[in-house]
Ligand binder design. Structure first.
Ligand code: NAP
Length: 284
């Protein structure tokens, strides 16, 4: 491998198993930052990308390298950073030794913050924050997948706002957020009081089982996460201050991304892992 080459992990076609690829090290253009990747989290979106079910904005380009979240080092400054690839729009993936990102999509990471934990934050954390903003000022909130990546961050962030999170039972709530989809989504909707709020991040095309129409003065709303630098800075600040706990369930080498996807995609025979699966690059 030459100095201008790197190892990435991706696929040449949908449905293939993830495998190491030798690709050119990306060149940071004007206004971009070249990040040497230390850790990248595995999200359900990445599993969908490999399966071909992910809804990119444009037709996919191969080889396709998944990966939304990246913790690493700004090559130019040597400083730790956390970034968001915005894969839906960019098709830039972080399952690689290096990734070039617009400077706006990279935030500083304090030296004492573990990059493995930090890597779990961008996609899941931004989604959790935007779900909370979408439900607004409520007293009681149902989260139907509270132990998942979004759910566990959402539960912590909701407590900060003084919102009581309902985990089980059958009482009425002011609002519900759905991070599961299908019939479980319907059950969450049914617990919202008349005139309350309901937001899902799992639309019908992603997990069939809906959709359902407005009822009892509640209009189901689908949220699509968007990048927000201030929110990412806020997540890092909370993590650094110990106000937010990142739940890491397994750390695997980048080369074992296929195994990681089998875990996150709940493939038959794959072990069940509670907490985020994070891929780490080998030191070079
Ligand atoms: N719209 C957007 O912009 C957006 C952004 C990010 C993510 N998402 C989507 O949001 C969803 C959640 O993401 P995530 O990262 O939080 O995933 P995750 O970490 O895998 O968590 C999924 C949660 O759903 C629960 N769950 C799964 N199947 C269930 C079932 N049949 N009944 C009850 N609970 C069930 C899991 O519970 P157990 O672990 O206890 O089984 C877990 O708590 C994914 O579909 C992802 O693609 C959408």
């Amino acid at each position: 491998m030459t100095d201008n080459e790197m190892v990435a992990v991706g696929v040449e076609r949908f449905g293939e198993r993830l495998r190491p690829l030798r690709l050119p090290v990306p060149v940071a253009g004007p206004g971009e930052v070249l990040v040497k990747v230390v850790a990248t989290a595995v999200n359900p979106a990445d599993v969908g990308m490999v399966a071909g079910t992910y809804p990119w904005d444009e037709p996919v380009r191969f080889p396709m390298v998944p990966g939304y979240d990246v913790a690493g080092t700004d090559v130019a400054t040597g400083r730790p950073v956390l970034g968001f690839t915005a894969h839906k729009a960019t098709q830039t993936g972080s399952y690689a030794e290096y990734v070039a990102l617009p400077a706006d999509r990279v935030v500083p990471l304090p030296d004492d913050v573990d990059p493995v934990g930090a890597a779990t934050l961008p996609l899941a954390g931004l989604t959790a924050m935007q779900l909370l903003d979408a439900v607004g000022d409520v007293r009681t909130l149902l989260v139907n997948g509270p132990r998942g990546a979004i759910g566990s961050l959402l539960t912590q962030l909701a407590a900060e706002r003084g919102i009581t999170v309902a985990l089980d039972g059958d009482g009425e709530v002011d609002a519900a957020v759905d991070v599961v989809g299908g019939p479980v989504a319907r059950a969450a909707f049914d617990r919202v009081r008349a005139g309350g709020r309901y937001v899902t991040v799992v639309p019908e095309f992603w997990v069939p089982g809906g959709p359902f129409a407005a009822e009892r003065g509640i209009t189901p709303r689908v949220l699509a996460v968007r990048y927000d630098r201030e929110q990412l800075l806020g997540l890092v600040e909370r993590l650094a201050a110990g106000k937010l706990v990142a739940r890491v369930g397994a750390v695997l080498p980048l080369a074992e991304a296929d195994r990681a996807h089998r875990i996150v995609g709940r493939a038959p025979g794959a072990p069940r892992v509670s907490g985020k699966v994070v891929l780490v690059t080998a030191p070079r």
